[in-house]
Design a protein around this ligand. Structure first.
Ligand SMILES: NC(=O)c1ccc[n+]([C@@H]2O[C@H](COP(=O)([O-])OP(=O)(O)OC[C@H]3O[C@@H](n4cnc5c(N)ncnc54)[C@H](OP(=O)(O)O)[C@@H]3O)[C@@H](O)[C@H]2O)c1
Length: 286
């Protein structure tokens, strides 16, 4: 009888993609190792037979400790799937994003993933495994007030594309997930514009668009589709989540059109023209 495949999924807090995916993969018979920054938060997964390990991806000591623990759990076997899911977004004007917040985001969404790939490569080599990086369609769209997040996912995409070429001859594969909108814990954080912000005149659309971004595909449904594609044979890219197909089509069209659709559409939906005519802007410039 074939041994069950083994998957390590990062960022498995209940309510999020990682948690839903860990459950789904376990239900499909895989041995699953789930990680969380706070072990208590993910303890419920243990009842399903999931192994839980503490991990803060942007802390090299935590990655090393997690690796040590995972190697013990693998008992000499290789890792079939390393799902780099942990990450987060902030919603702030590009020129007003706090640099420390920005560094934390790059730490979790990019550097943490790089460290995980480097650290777990030996175990991936044993199993001819697959690295699955959870990216976002945001990495290819000029989403207002999400510039730093978009930059992290664009960086993750570029890293994944290069990594794929380098590890292919070693028998390791890389899948990049172009995630659309999914209903998760991300919807719980609300950002507000500072009264001194140059974008304060469109505070109403800033808040409305955040509200509109909440919701999306149900995380359990997303996890089912994710698992089916991930386990159904190698794919270099997987597009799933609300709006991902539309982003794929518009992104492809933009390569051939003499104009770009996304910047115009987002500028309109946010009412950006109101900034140029606002008295605050005029005062600031004089
Ligand atoms: N939901 C969407 O619409 C959407 C769209 C595109 C891409 N994505 C991507 O999907 C992934 C999962 O996000 P989600 O929507 O499921 O959000 P979520 O529910 O907030 O889950 C994010 C997970 O990442 C963990 N995390 C954050 N920073 C970490 C760090 N430095 N070290 C270790 N773990 C960390 C969180 O742990 P804590 O609970 O401790 O904070 C949580 O477990 C992210 O990479 C996100 O960018 C989501």
């Amino acid at each position: 009888m074939a041994l069950p495949k083994i998957a390590l999924v990062t960022g498995c807090t209940p309510g999020g993609i990682g948690h839903a995916l860990a459950k789904e993969l376990r239900q499909r018979g895989l041995k699953v190792i789930a990680t969380g920054r706070t072990l208590e938060k993910i303890a419920g997964l243990k009842e399903l037979g999931v192994d839980c390990v503490a991990l803060t991806v942007d802390d090299p000591k935590s990655v090393a400790a997690c690796h040590e623990e995972v190697v013990k759990l693998l008992e000499g076997k290789g890792l079939d799937y390393l799902v780099n899911n942990a990450g987060f977004a902030v919603f702030r004007p590009a020129t007003e994003t706090d640099l420390d917040e920005c560094k934390r985001m790059f730490g979790a969404n990019v550097l943490g993933v790089i460290n995980m790939c480097q650290t777990f490569l030996p175990e991936l080599l044993v199993a001819n495994g697959t690295i699955v990086n959870v990216g976002s369609v945001a990495g290819h769209m000029p989403l207002p007030f999400m510039s730093s997040y978009c930059a992290t996912k664009a960086a993750l995409h570029a890293y994944s594309e290069c990594l794929r070429v380098e590890v292919a001859p070693l028998g390791v594969k890389v899948t990049y997930v172009q995630t659309g909108n999914v209903r998760t814990n991300k919807d719980c954080t609300k950002y507000h514009l500072d009264k001194r912000s140059l974008w304060y005149p469109i505070k109403d659309t800033y808040e409305r668009e955040q509200e509109r971004a909440t919701g999306g595909m149900d995380s359990a449904d997303f996890a089912r589709r994710f698992a089916t594609r991930m386990l159904g044979g190698y794919k270099h890219t997987i597009w799933i989540g609300e709006g991902s197909l539309m982003c794929r089509i518009i992104g492809a069209l933009e390569l051939y059109l003499p104009f770009r659709i996304f910047p115009f559409a987002f500028s309109q939906s946010y009412g950006m023209q109101r900034i140029a005519s606002s008295s605050k802007m005029n005062t600031w410039l004089t």
